[in-house]
Design a binder for this molecule. Structure first.
Ligand code: GDP
Ligand code: IMO
Ligand code: MG
Length: 432
């Protein structure tokens, strides 16, 4: 039995979903602990693709419990849609596998509208959010007038009262500041009532449920969304998401003590991508960038936007190892580097003439950082069918060993394709 936290080490889309689906084979419970449907996780199982946004990536494994923790922001419309799609794809009852925290905050129509209105107002300086209402939903939570899933279980007048308080604030902003139509209370209320009728049985007090799983000795996999560099505290602020994407938040956001965690895994893409605005020192605007984008299929699962691409950034990766206390990494998309004559890695930054090895807090400084690159000889073989690590081309193994040496921890697995099967597990934290 082991309890494992898995997070993204870069700017998201590292392939977390695929790895969570894979590792769920050995866990009884999977917990999404932050973010909302800004996330987009693609799983490929026996050639069939599944796109997940809110539901934990362990859901395709029958019988596994999938928890949406208190730190997640939940858009019920999206949740219900996702349940229906997965039901049609799998022929299984998805809701019976879900446990939804009564403390998780709701994303309502007014949050989505505010997110989009703010981005429009920012113009050129926009964050490039997913427009899903994530930021405004976390704002409501912190301002302490947010609605929670548990409010759906309260008497009708209590729910209506809470919604009145929130919409009074939101409609003032929408009408007076952004010149938009107000959001109708009755409409939101009707939607909530409809959704409540469906999800009610899954709403639970998650910390007690978690204590129960722990007591029974069930293995738990905590699933992070986004990535370390999108973290609200340590990421490239303000070009970040509105939640803590750190491994440490897995416990806080699901009501589990930190002493229960056995291993922390950081998912690392063999190169780097970023969606939305913000500085990105390793960004490539050339044929190599095009190779990574095309061969890596780097199109956002949530918004369909093209992801910006660049070399692996060791400055950022070392920072992620430190911030999350990583025990190991899961290295993904190594196959995408096949066919490149030369592979480069950013070992340090040059900032106004000085070589630095730390990740700057100021985006103005980061924007001025130029990557100090080292070169590796590439390999030409297609590695997507290789199942034994030792069978990888020598240059591919050298690349993996270099990363391991530089960060002082091992790759517990290497992924060479989107399918569940295209993975070489070298160390399984659930089997020790
Ligand atoms: P997440 O947000 O971290 O779960 O990652 P996404 O699912 O948004 O993006 C990763 C994309 O790469 C998805 O389309 C996956 O199917 C795909 N993928 C994952 N691992 C690999 C891999 O090792 N090789 C290739 N070629 N694709 C992969
Ligand atoms: P997964 O879980 C990549 C980015 C957005 C934007 C910034 C803020 O699939 O890795 P938000 O809507 O959260 O307020 O947007 O964060 N972003 C992601 N980028 N992968 C994600 O999730 C992301 N979730 C948010 O593009 O730059
Ligand atoms: Mg994604």
């Amino acid at each position: 039995m082991a309890n494992v936290v898995l997070i993204g080490t870069q700017w998201g889309d590292e392939g977390k979903g695929k790895i969570v689906d894979l590792l769920t084979e050995w866990a009884e419970v999977v917990v999404r602990f932050q973010g909302g449907n800004n996330a987009g996780h693609t799983l490929v199982i026996e050639g069939q693709r599944y796109a997940l946004h809110l539901i934990p990536s362990g859901i395709m494994r029958p019988g596994k419990t999938c928890v949406i923790g208190s730190g997640v922001v939940v858009d019920l419309k999206i949740l219900l849609e996702e349940i229906e799609i997965l039901k049609a794809q799998s022929g299984r009852d998805i809701l019976s596998q879900l446990v939804l925290s009564d403390e998780a905050h709701l994303i309502l129509e007014s949050h989505r509208r505010l997110d989009q209105a703010r981005e429009r107002q920012r113009g050129e300086a926009k964050i490039g959010t997913t427009g899903r209402g994530i930021g405004p939903a976390y704002e409501s939570k912190m301002a302490r007038w947010g609605l929670r899933l548990g409010d759906l279980l309260a008497p009708q007048e209590v729910l209506r009262g809470r919604l009145e308080v929130l919409l009074e604030q939101h409609n003032l902003l929408l009408e007076k500041i952004y010149g938009e139509e107000p959001v109708s209370l009755e409409l939101v209320l009707d939607e909530l009532k409809e959704a409540a009728a469906i999800v009610r049985p899954a709403i639970k007090k998650v910390p007690y449920a978690m204590a129960n799983y722990l007591e029974k000795g069930e293995s738990i996999l905590f699933e992070g969304a986004q990535g370390t560099l999108l973290d609200i505290d340590h990421g490239t602020y303000p070009f970040v998401t509105s939640s803590s994407t750190m491994a440490a938040n897995a416990c806080a956001s699901s009501g589990v003590g930190v002493t229960s965690i056995n291993e922390v895994i950081g998912v690392v893409k063999a190169y780097t991508t970023r969606v939305g605005s913000g500085p990105f020192p390793v960004e490539l605007d050339d044929q190599v960038g095009e190779h990574l984008s095309v061969c890596g299929g780097e199109v956002g699962t949530t918004t369909g936007r093209l992801r910006r691409c660049g070399w692996l950034d060791m400055v950022a990766l070392r920072y992620a190892v430190l911030l999350n206390g990583l025990d190991s990494i899961a290295l993904t998309k190594l196959d995408v580097l096949s066919g490149l004559k030369t592979i480069k890695v950013c070992e340090a930054y040059r900032l106004r003439g000085e070589v630095i090895d730390y990740f700057p807090s100021s985006i103005e400084d980061l924007a001025e950082c130029e990557p100090v690159l080292v070169e590796f000889e590439g390999w030409s073989e297609d590695i997507s069918g290789i199942l034994d690590y030792e069978m990888l081309p020598e240059n591919a193994k050298k690349y993996v060993s270099y990363i391991e040496e530089k960060i002082g921890i091992k790759a517990m697995l290497v992924s060479v394709g989107p399918d569940r099967e295209q993975t070489m597990i070298r160390h399984n934290p659930f089997l020790i």
